[in-house]
Design a protein around this ligand. Structure first.
Ligand SMILES: [Zn+2]
Length: 125
């Protein structure tokens, strides 16, 4: 297990940094547990079991995919925190309010830009 990095970024984001590290560790632990719970994937006594095993495997892969994406987002947020580029909106370049960052630490948009983005996505169908 990797040692916890000391936080050298903006002090006001220190609690977010630690919360993200904790969340990341929890996700990795959870992903490993999903795999461990399905050790018999390689052996199928009959067709029904094989179908069940494949469904189980798909389920595990889907969870892993979702978690992998979230872990990647957390990694990116941690990178931004350590390089002091965290909390800047990608849309307008303004600082994202601390309250929003605490609620959604991996966000890269302020509420205004995010809302606008969602409306555009919605109108595109
Ligand atoms: Zn913005």
């Amino acid at each position: 297990m990797r040692k916890k990095q000391p936080y050298a970024g903006e002090p006001k984001y220190a609690s977010i940094f630690h919360a993200l590290q904790q969340q990341r560790a929890g996700l990795i632990q959870g992903a490993e547990a999903v795999v461990e719970q399905r050790p018999g994937l390689a052996t199928f006594p009959d067709m029904n079991d094989q179908a069940t095993a494949e469904a189980d495997q798909n389920f595990a892969l889907r969870i892993k995919d979702r978690e992998r994406k979230l872990i990647k987002k957390i990694d990116e947020a941690l990178d931004r925190l350590t390089t002091r580029t965290y909390g800047i909106c990608e849309g307008c370049g303004e600082e994202i309010p601390l309250k929003r960052l605490k609620a959604r630490p991996v966000t890269t948009f302020c509420i205004e830009c995010k809302t606008q983005q969602e409306q555009e996505e919605h109108s595109r169908g």
